[in-house]
Design a binder for this molecule. Structure first.
Ligand code: ZN
Length: 337
């Protein structure tokens, strides 16, 4: 295995004041000008009194990527859409820098390029090279790999990365979704306000539905702010009987009985029929991504739990060099310098 250190990359974890690990990791490397840089990845802020990383990279606005904490640092970096989503979701001002999807930004002398991951509105992978030319790619969660470049060190997720778990193998049920729209004159979809609700609107427009879409307040605000070409969106109070409704899953029960109701999820524990529409790659999709990106080393950093190690070990069984966040033993103390 080509060692990370030979490629000029040190992956580290940080501890918080209670001595437990902070979420996710930090990457240290030298930039072209020889400066030592530390980029924190989808992690919470380091307390002000401690030395700060040079950047907090926030891949997207889901809460398990900790933008709620990082957004309060001037060193945070995310897309303009992720910043908008964080501000709406947390009702706070985003204090960092923003970059467009597919564009680049200078971060402490390092040119960081973004690539869409298709996971949520504004979700991107970050890419940069270090002093010795190593190409580093941090993906966050991924749905669509088509925009992602090749790299040498891939830092990625394993939400559905356990190939032995049947729930990690799925396909989007676009036909089921279309049937639900076409076979009911009054229909509602349960979808989380950030992510799934915007995907539902995009799918409805893709299958040719051009009528009004009524949404719960927060979903409506997020969708109006994040989606171009969303068509006519209205609040629930203005919802006609034949308009399609999108509300969080737990709000479906508040809608009239005669409306057909579905939950857009891979889970099966709701009282309404579910339609499998995922914001993620499944286990096979994750392996295909690694094969296409073709890194020297893969670091699996997300989510919490045992899936990163299961996916890393699966990659090793396929002859690929991979470690999970659990295998990272370098710890950045609060006084890193
Ligand atoms: Zn996510």
């Amino acid at each position: 295995m080509k060692r990370l250190i030979d490629m000029g990359v040190l992956a580290c974890r940080q501890k918080n004041s209670r001595g437990t690990f902070k979420p996710h990791l930090a990457v240290r490397f030298r930039s072209d000008d020889g400066n030592l840089n530390t980029f924190s990845i989808d992690s919470t802020r380091v307390p002000k009194k401690h030395i700060q990383p040079d950047a907090y990279l926030v891949t997207h606005a889901h809460s398990d990527h900790h933008g709620k904490s990082a957004m309060l640092s001037e060193r945070s970096v995310c897309t303009d859409k992720t910043a908008v989503a964080l501000e709406i979701r947390h009702d706070k001002e985003y204090k960092g820098s923003t970059v467009g999807t597919g564009e680049s930004i200078e971060v402490n002398g390092v040119t960081v390029q973004t690539y869409s991951t298709g996971h949520t509105a504004g979700a991107v992978a970050f890419y940069w090279t270090n002093e010795v030319g190593t190409r580093i790619l941090v993906t966050g969660d991924v749905k669509d790999t088509s925009a992602l470049p090749k790299c040498d060190v891939l830092i990625t997720e394993a939400n559905y990365g356990d190939p032995t778990d049947p729930s990690c193998h799925f396909e989007d049920d676009i036909f089921g979704f279309r049937d639900a729209v076409e076979n009911n004159c009054s229909v509602a979809f349960g979808a989380y306000a950030f992510g799934k609700a915007q995907r539902a609107v995009e799918l409805l427009r893709d299958i040719g539905y051009s009528g009004a879409i009524a949404m719960e307040d927060r979903s409506l605000q997020l969708t109006r702010s994040l989606l171009e070409d969303a068509g006519e969106l209205v609040g629930l109070e203005d919802c006609g009987e034949e308009d399609i409704c999108i509300v969080p899953p737990w709000d479906l029960k508040k809608l009239p009985h005669k409306r057909a109701k579905y939950v857009m999820t891979g889970r099966s524990d709701y009282r309404y029929p579910s339609i499998q529409i995922s914001d993620h790659l499944d286990a096979g999709g994750l392996v295909n991504m690694v094969e296409a990106i073709d890194p020297e080393v893969t670091i699996v950093y997300h989510p919490s739990g045992d899936r990163p190690e299961k996916f890393a070990s699966h990659l090793r069984s396929l002859g690929k060099d991979a470690i999970s966040i659990d295998g990272i033993s370098n710890v950045l103390s609060n006084e890193f310098a």
